[in-house]
Design a protein around this ligand. Structure first.
Ligand code: DGT
Ligand code: CA
Ligand code: CA
Ligand code: ZN
Length: 574
């Protein structure tokens, strides 16, 4: 099991214990443990391999949790969790995937109405049974029905990319270590770095296919084997993720890689193009339609060249116009991690972060950044301990001090100020005026109608104080849909007011989405990519922003925080 899987189980355990009203300290221990694991940059499997005792040095990991981590890493299971799952209906946990429902509400519905699943809950809400429960009302009942509809609308079975990549890496290692001279390449949506993944596809070129298949299905994380064939097998991992592995001859590596990378839409367009040129493309190679003569397939570049195209980066292969550009030789030079000089959204212990200003700045320097903005929450976000005017001014002094003290990274004074319901900002102008960077974000009243929501954000932009609109649609992958906003209008207002939109690299946000990044690029709207880190480890999440940016065709020039700090500041203070 990978870190994120174990973190998820710890948080499930906390939920179950809370539903059963068990000892609050125990519940908190699992929640804290989950948080620690989410923020850990080293693989737990590695720590256990080196010395399991070192687990105890992690914050919030005691004897009990450490033993469970060892069990998870070595056996792929946590028996305590399995046992808990037999004591409550498994489907009850699904309730907490509905926006606005936590363990308390789940317990309430379960105890009072015998609600055991999302279906039960929907039925109860439709029958008007929820509104009479303590702490509930007509409005909250309606909200739950809406949230259920939202949940169904999302593809709830897909995994976020960040939960998948560690497994891909481990699997590639496992397959490579078993055999000499084979090439193992992730393909499918993983290679295209799509924000969510349906299943993992891995291509193996060369080697003895049946031996490779035999080795693959014995992977330690296998829950069950769906199919085992001569050249193609599928398994399901303990966390429910499916993995397809396909073995192909070395001579067909390029054409197979192209085929299995997809997307399907891109493949269809390429095949049609080939047909018009008298060629036939399959996973085995490129052939002349008439003679059957093979004209290429060893490398991907050969495949593209055969149809008159330059090599297209996998992130762009969605049939959104990339083929036309490749034909003209006008593909963009996509942005890279090493282009990122600044990170303009992060939290410290002053609000809901886990580390100090100095720790964040030094970690950002280590991650390769040249400047950061410290942007703690403003007072409206009480759950995140947002700062009021007085506290903010004090905090700014602390930021200045750190900036003087440390070298090699510039620390800017910033804030993530709440955009209130009516579009006003949550801090006085006099404080905002003194900031280097103001990120304006929405953290409340997500359910507003599109017109009102658009007006709200436009109003905030027009105050003249906002430099960047943070996570502009508020979506949380697999948890919460984007709020309704007229993106066309928002982008036009951003451009005319010289305000940048954020691509939030926090891996369950990735908001703006790839499509909106491309739209911003087309409209000439300024963008920034920031991590929204709440701990030092999360500063490494910048790479997820880069993946989405590349899917949105962004180049270095489209993203303001690729510029050196002095230039960036000049642009902001136009
Ligand atoms: P996913 O798994 O839903 O995140 O998305 P993909 O793109 O990984 O899709 P998947 O796993 O069904 O298939 C992997 C690749 O195989 C896909 O990107 C393109 C290729 N492929 C699959 N089915 C077809 C098909 O019917 N026609 C063509 N041309 N290619 C296909
Ligand atoms: Ca796939
Ligand atoms: Ca697949
Ligand atoms: Zn935020």
């Amino acid at each position: 099991m990978e870190n994120a899987d174990i973190a998820k189980i710890f948080s499930d355990i906390a939920d179950i214990l809370e539903i059963r009203e068990e000892n609050p300290f125990r519940i908190r221990a699992y929640r804290n443990g989950a948080l620690t694991l989410e923020n850990l940059s080293e693989r737990l499997a590695k720590i256990v391999e080196r010395d399991p005792k070192q687990l105890r040095e992690l914050p919030g990991i005691g004897e009990d949790l450490a033993a469970k981590i060892v069990e998870a890493v070595t056996t792929g299971k946590i028996s305590f969790y399995e046992k808990l799952l037999t004591q409550i209906p498994r489907t009850l946990l699904d309730l907490m995937r509905i926006q606005g429902i936590g363990p308390r509400k789940a317990r309430l519905f379960y105890k009072k109405l015998k609600v055991e699943s999302i279906e039960d809950l929907e039925e109860a809400a439709k029958a008007g049974k929820l509104q009479n429960l303590p702490g509930m009302g007509k409005k909250s009942e309606r909200k739950i029905l809406q949230a259920i509809a939202d949940f169904r609308g999302r593809d709830s079975k897909r995994f976020s990319l960040f939960r998948v990549l560690p497994h891909v890496e481990a699997l590639v290692d496992y397959l490579k270590n078993g055999f000499k001279g084979i090439e193992v390449t992730p393909s499918g949506s993983v290679r295209r770095r799509k924000e969510t993944i349906g299943d993992i596809d891995i291509l193996v070129a060369g080697g003895n296919a049946s031996k490779i298949m035999g080795h693959f299905v014995q992977y330690r994380e296998v829950k069950n084997v769906l199919a085992k064939g001569e050249t193609k097998s599928s398994i399901v991992l303990n966390n429910g993720l499916q993995v397809d592995v396909r073995v192909i001859g070395k001579g067909s590596h390029g054409s197979a890689l192209h085929y299995f990378t997809g997307s399907k839409e891109h493949n269809v367009a390429i095949r049609d193009r080939a047909k018009r040129m008298g060629l036939k493309i399959s996973e085995y190679g490129v052939f002349r339609e008439k003679t059957g003569k093979r004209v290429g397939g060893k490398t991907e570049a050969e495949v593209f060249k055969a149809v008159g195209l330059s090599w297209i980066p996998p992130e762009m292969r969605e049939n959104r116009g990339e083929i036309e550009l490749a034909e003209k030789g006008e593909l963009p030079k996509l942005i890279e991690l090493s282009d990122m000089q600044g990170d303009l959204h992060m939290h410290t212990q002053a609000s809901d972060g886990s580390h100090s200003i100095e720790e964040m700045a030094l970690a950002a320097k280590k991650a390769g950044r040249k400047y950061v903005a410290i942007t703690d929450h403003s007072k409206a976000v009480t759950v995140a301990h947002g700062l009021d005017e007085k506290q903010m001014l004090q905090h700014m002094k602390e930021i200045d001090k750190v900036n003087e003290k440390i070298d090699g990274i510039e620390v800017l004074k910033g804030v993530e100020v709440d955009i209130l319901k009516e579009g006003l900002l949550d801090l006085e102008d006099a404080v905002l005026e003194k900031m280097d960077v103001v990120v304006g974000s929405i953290h409340s009243h997500f359910g507003m109608e599109e017109k009102a929501m658009t007006k709200r954000i436009l109003q905030a932009i027009e105050t003249g104080f906002v430099d960047i609109v943070g996570h502009p649609t508020g979506r949380l992958l697999g948890e919460r849909s984007a709020y309704a906003v007229d993106m066309e209008k928002l982008m036009d207002a951003a451009r005319s007011n010289h305000v940048a939109l954020e691509l939030n690299a926090y891996p369950n946000r990735l908001d703006l989405s790839d499509i909106y990044c491309k739209m911003a690029r087309d409209k000439g709207v300024w963008l920034v990519i920031s991590t929204d880190s709440h701990s030092t480890a999360q500063l490494e999440n910048m790479i997820y922003g880069i993946y989405t940016a590349r899917r949105g065709w962004l180049e270095k020039e489209h993203v303001l925080n690729t510029r050196p700090c002095a230039e960036f500041k000049k642009i902001l203070h136009r």
